[in-house]
Design a binder for this molecule. Structure first.
Ligand code: ATR
Length: 273
């Protein structure tokens, strides 16, 4: 089989091997997929060794996405914009390519799996770190009327908003306290749910929102989704679908075959419980 792997530190918790094993079974592609723990100061050596040994592609997770960006000889447009790479592969000439599939992952999950209309929508993106940056260009490409980026550190939101290339979508920045109006879609791209915490936005924003999405996921609803439910928002989803969709896009980068994702999302959800 052609060899692939996910590299991170830590890596034991990664669900990517199960997801890619299901994709391989479904598509009939002859691939093997491992997990690799790289030393914190040893990502580049680990990745180069993997490719030198005949490995074909890598997924890259925390904390190595910036180093993967540096390693790539050639970047997709969305990876260049994200400033981070979660997917690497080597071509016949030995060049290493880098993509970022996280953003298209959330767009596919919202639009295609959950039926949330992004075209023409007013979208609130909470956070301006790596997760928000990775999502921005694919979100703009989905054609919303407006994206408001809100962050605790407001200058980071400003900077991210200004990085969006000219498009029909208006991209603006705000602090959490300065948010006004109704949003069709609210996306939590802050890391607050990791600590059971919440971004400090008004409850009314969540009550009135058409749909609330948290990029984090877990066996139980994240703190953000639990709070949105209490506020009265009916449409809620966590980031498990995004996880599976970003994996599917990596698989497509590598194999040129797009796996279907619905059954895989359901299976991984059942394994979480
Ligand atoms: P990630 O890759 O998950 O985006 P990151 O780049 O460290 O990680 O970004 C974390 C994001 O969560 C940032 O937007 C951060 O806000 P700041 O830019 O102000 O630091 C946000 N964040 C983390 N803890 C937060 C908290 N307690 N309240 C609000 N926002 C928080």
């Amino acid at each position: 089989p052609d060899r692939y792997a996910v590299v991170g530190n830590p890596i034991a918790h990664s669900r990517s091997p199960q997801i890619h094993a299901r994709f391989a079974a479904e598509t009939g592609e002859h691939v093997a997929y491992d997990r690799i723990l790289a030393p914190l100061d040893g990502f580049t050596v680990t990745a180069r060794d993997f490719f030198a040994g005949g490995g074909r592609g890598l997924n890259v997770t925390v904390p190595f996405k910036l180093e993967a960006f540096e390693l790539a000889d050639q970047l997709t447009e969305r990876a260049a914009h994200a400033g981070a790479v979660n997917t690497l592969w080597i071509d016949a000439a030995g060049r290493i390519h880098g993509d970022n599939t996280d953003g298209i992952g959330i767009v596919r999950d919202l639009r295609d799996n959950l039926g949330v209309k992004l075209a023409g929508a007013r979208v609130l993106l909470l956070g301006a770190g790596g997760a928000a940056r990775g999502a921005l260009l694919p979100l703009v490409d989905a054609g919303p009327a407006e994206i408001v980026i809100a962050n605790r550190t407001e200058p980071k939101a400003e900077e991210l908003a200004q990085s969006a290339r000219a498009a029909a979508t208006r991209v603006t920045a705000a602090g959490f306290a300065g948010l006004a109006g109704r949003f069709d879609v609210v996306i939590n791209a802050t890391s607050t749910s990791l600590d059971g915490d919440l971004p400090p936005i008004a409850d009314a924003l969540l009550k009135d929102a058409g749909f609330v999405y948290d990029m984090m996921y877990g066996a139980k609803p994240t703190s953000f989704l639990a709070h949105a439910a209490i506020c009265g928002c009916a449409g809620l989803a966590d980031g498990l679908g995004m996880l599976v969709e970003q994996a599917a896009e990596s698989f497509f980068d590598w194999r040129g075959v797009r796996p279907t994702t619905g059954a895989v999302i359901a299976a991984i959800r059942a394994e979480l419980a």
